[in-house]
Design a protein around this ligand. Sequence first.
Ligand code: HEM
Length: 501
Amino acid sequence: MALIIPVFIALVVIYILSFYKKFQNHLKFKYYGSKIPGPPLQPIMGNTYIFQNRPNEEFQIVFREEARKARERGDTVIRFLLPGKLIVWPLTGKALAQLLESTTEIHKGSDYSMFEPWIGGLLLLVGDRWKSHRKMISPTFHFAKLEGYFNVFNSESKIFTECLEKFAESGETVDIFPYINRCLLDIICETAMGTKVDAQLNHDHPYLKAVKGYATLMLKHSMTPIMWNSFLFWALGYKKQQDDYLRILKTFTADVIAERKAALKSGEVESSSSKRNMNFLDMMLSMTESNQLSEEDLRNEVDTFMFGGHDTTTTSSSWTVWCLAHHPEIQQKVYEELIDVCGEDPNIDVTYEQVNKLNYLDLVMKESKRLYPPVPGVQRQLQKDMIIDGYTVPAGSNVAIAPVALHSNHLVFKNPEIFDPNRFLPEECAKRHPYDYVPFSAGIKNCIGQKFAVLNEKVLMTHLVRNYKIEPKMKLEETLPCFKIVSTPSNGIPVKLTKRV
Ligand code: HEM
């Protein structure tokens, strides 16, 4: 009993000190932030007003607009100041180079704290653990392995086109986004985990609903200072929401691991004897058996792959469909190339060699990722002060790799709002700084699944475009990329499909 009062006082002091630390940071960020160009600051809330009372789908427009104004002033960086948080966006590939080429500034930004209880794998790791995990996982994406995934890419893409057939027959509008989402979840589970989940046949898959809910909660957290206090986060009911989503997400991946372990143990499936031929999960399982990886590391990497491997590709493929729907002449050119390279039969499997010959589709997909970057931005939290284009950005600030701003640079991409695949012809690419276009980020923490993602999307497109003519059922600007972890379309991807004969 006698201890209660001192313990209580100690807790109060710790609580006040933690606020004091935050307050000190706030003053530091305010001091440096006010010297970096950016939108006007309000006394305490800084730039919070830019995001308040705005629907999410307007955020990307606002960011592009602020970046455009900054460029017109001749600035190459822009800052956003929130209470206790300084965010700096380099606006050109050149200004971004210092961050992307650093081998030490690879810590994810403070917004990723919400990610931690969900996916603690490669994406969030740093230091020696990151290096050793990256080395272990890289063979999953060896080109010979990628070729081996083609069976699954083809068979799941065929189920996808079959699921759409009823809409072509009835002429009814279909929001193609959830169809792509389920197909790509099936693909990542089967290729990387060796497990069939048949999400395409089970439309209410709880995992997909939980991913969506968690992403929305994360975004709300990053934009709402009141949620940054863990007590208020709990008291306002957000912690319960978070825990409910986490339970679904974690149970799903735990089940995938358990099923694969059981199937291997019973001899129902056989893992390859050579590491080069193993799928991602079998390779991770063999590393846990030899104690190179803990059970927790294994679960974290599976969670990372599951998320990284389907939500990004879904968003990317969906925007490519939207671009094709709105540009019939470009769609026709893609179709002609497909017939030329893959032949007349729309249901025949496509091969690795054929896909590598689809040069025009490649340009189209690159341009779609420019206009609608699937990951609009990632943030790094600086460990040390960094000078970016003459401005001191203090340690603890967040610096963004922001394709949403870089890809709309009118000084690099003329008329950036226009969809023009020819921007990616080799002679055009040669005129730009390599970091002016970074949908998969760059440097040592770049996307490990980039090649997988591109091949997967290409195979999906070959099946869709060979089978159907796609028309939009909304104006281009009536569905907009949200500013979430990925650029989800605000009103889906509503299209009309007509069976090609
Ligand atoms: C169009 C699809 C994709 C896009 C646009 C994309 C984009 C990105 C971006 C922007 C990063 C962050 C890099 C950074 O912090 O600098 C990243 C990292 C990562 N991505 Fe992807 N990604 C895609 C597909 C995939 C796929 C299919 C997988 C796995 C199968 C995957 C797995 C990962 C992993 C594990 C990381 C963390 C890498 C590390 O930190 O070492 N991604 N991705």
